[in-house]
Design a protein around this ligand. Sequence first.
Ligand code: ACO
Length: 311
Amino acid sequence: ERGSQVLGLGHHQPPQVLTNEDLSARVDTSDEWIRTRTGISTRHVAGDGDTVASMGAAAARMALAEAGTDPQRVSMVVLATMTDEDRSPNSAGRVAAELGLAGPAVLDVNTACSGFEYALGIADQAVRAGTADHVLVIGSEKMTAVTDWSDRSTCVLTGDGAGALLIGPSEPALLSSVVWGSVPHLLEAVRVEGTPSRFAQEGRSVYRWAITEAATHAEHVLKAAGMTAADLGVLAFHQANLRIVEPLARALGAENAVVITDVTESGNTSAASVPLGLSKAWHRGELPAGAPALLFGFGGGFTYAGLVAHL
Ligand code: ACO
């Protein structure tokens, strides 16, 4: 059965780092509060010249280089974001232009923090159907552009960056079919609203859902992949909060799996968080080659999606 496989991973973070001490000088908070409630110590902040497309292109370039694939073979770019600068052209098209690709299909996906898993699901379905071959799947966010720097309950959470996977055809499929859905009663729980856009959330209801309901959906992803938690080598959950990532990992009971905890260094980078954390750990040599990795995202909309990829 034709499916897809991961050929390369890449990431990019702007160099400027904002510490909890830096934030304590701006709003009434402390390193201790931020660390104990969220696990976050630092986050990267985009400069004026950085855009969703420029960060996404940098991550994509790294994934292409690792795969050793000729960029001209990319027939589709799917980019997940909720913080792009313009409504049109889309950021996937801007990435294609920056990389000098040969006219691939280009589309953006906005399902907030689950955007990358939606994008990967769409890309995988296109490869399965034979309508695309090599696909760049990118999560890129400039969260600091929509951050309200006077709101201590949200400004301590967000960070900027991008992650990318290059996928290509494979027989058998090394990426499981996506499981995706939404949660109607949380529709308005996470928002980027108004002009200028501002990130707002009901932190408590998101937290409650994440530690009580999310594990069940993650188990559905494993079932669809024909696996159990014991088979997993890597757990890559959306990096919203260490106090969500750790209980979710325990609830699944994947004892042998490496748990991605990049939220501590990068904050919440929304759609970028899973590929960013995964690529950083991969390039540091922390992930076993070929290991099945569960990718599971959740966030604004309120949306969730997941799949299992062999790295
Ligand atoms: N520093 C100091 N005090 C703070 C800060 C801060 N940065 N932020 C809030 N507080 C105060 C509040 O004002 C409140 O004080 P009060 O009791 O005097 O009113 C107190 O701390 C508790 O505030 P809560 O918002 O109830 O704090 P909570 O314990 O729920 O933690 C958090 C907030 C970390 C956001 C938590 O709700 C959470 O993890 N939610 C999950 C959602 C999440 O991570 N969302 C990210 C984006 S959405 C997504 O990625 C899916």
